[in-house]
Write a protein of this length. Structure first.
Length: 319
């Protein structure tokens, strides 16, 4: 393990202690479930882990973290960052640095983290309720994607739109309260789903896939993965999951990562060196241009080079 991964594993141990003390089940998901099942290791230089929890259990974890009130840690989510373009939670080590160049999700806490993906119950959402209308109204206002035609879907969209007028589309507070109530009776035995970043697309799980868990060791920490792990991996990663490999250099130059420097320290360093630390508008322009970078003037290119070099000086040697 590199230094950044050691920090991530320390976070995982902390999270496990909190969850065990409060009887909160969690499980490794996505590629990390595969890595744990196959080798029990990172298999690359990636340092942000992903775990899953029922939404009602995420709320218990949020309350437990708030009660502990450790200044070195925070739990970023729509509760603390209304501009976040994803309904997930980040348990962050504030004394480290993880600064993505493409911050499409609009995170504001730039540290190494455990990313917690909430799982929701379709059984809890089966019956129409005010809470469901508020939740789906918010999703409709923020999701990206096409609309399904048909009378039933049109009526459904109209109902959601009417409730949407009662809900502030820019603030998730009403939605979050409604969702807490909606999911309070969820169970791992229910048909479950999670939502993708940005699009909020619903990804359904095979029924009962988390009814039982398999114990695995991930970098020395005992964790759960889905009991029917092969079915889960086929659903989430694909039928070729066994052939999937992760390159050693999974973290690219587009991410500033450091296990010893905080975002505040990094920001102050750039400022003291009179460097263009507000790189986001520039990054978006270069991204939009793609092959047409030549249309941007020399000033923009020079600024880009200057910021890129500062990344290397600060972060790439001590990951």
């Amino acid at each position: 393990m590199n230094k950044a991964q050691e920090k991530a594993i320390n976070l995982l141990k902390e999270m496990k202690d909190i969850c065990d003390a409060n009887k909160i089940p969690f499980f490794l998901i996505g590629s990390y479930a595969l890595r744990a099942f196959r080798s029990g290791s990172f298999e690359s230089d990636a340092c942000n882990l992903e775990v899953g929890m029922l939404y009602k259990d995420v709320i218990k974890f949020k309350n437990a973290v708030s009660y502990i009130n450790d200044e070195r840690r925070c739990l970023e989510s729509l509760y603390t960052n209304p501009q976040l373009k994803s309904h997930y939670f980040r348990y962050v080590d504030k004394e480290t640095l993880y600064f993505p160049l493409k911050n499409n999700i609009n995170i504001k806490e730039f540290g190494i983290s455990i990313n917690i993906i909430p799982f929701y119950s379709t059984k809890c959402e089966k019956k129409m309720s005010l809470e469901k209308l508020i939740y789906y109204s918010w999703i409709r206002n923020h999701a990206k994607g096409g609309k399904k035609n048909g009378l039933k879907n049109k009526i459904k969209r109209k109902s959601i739109k009417m409730v949407g007028r009662l809900v502030n589309g820019n603030s998730p507070n009403k939605m979050l309260k409604a969702l807490e109530k909606l999911e309070e009776n969820a169970s791992v035995e229910d048909p479950l789903y999670y939502r993708k970043h940005m699009t909020f697309k619903m990804i359904k799980m095979p029924k009962g896939i988390f009814k039982s868990f398999k114990k695995v060791e991930f970098e020395g920490v005992e964790c759960n993965i889905a009991g029917e792990i092969e079915s889960y991996l086929s659903t989430v990663i694909g039928q070729d999951w066994a052939e999937r490999r992760y390159t050693t250099k999974e973290i690219t130059q587009a991410v500033v990562c450091n296990s010893e420097i905080s975002y505040k320290d990094y920001f102050n360093y750039l400022k003291e060196q009179n460097l263009n630390y507000n790189y986001l508008p520039l990054a978006k322009k270069v991204e939009r241009a793609r092959k047409k970078v030549k249309i941007y003037n020399k000033t923009i290119k020079d600024a880009w080079e200057q910021v890129s070099l500062s990344y290397d000086r600060v972060s790439r040697h001590d990951i």
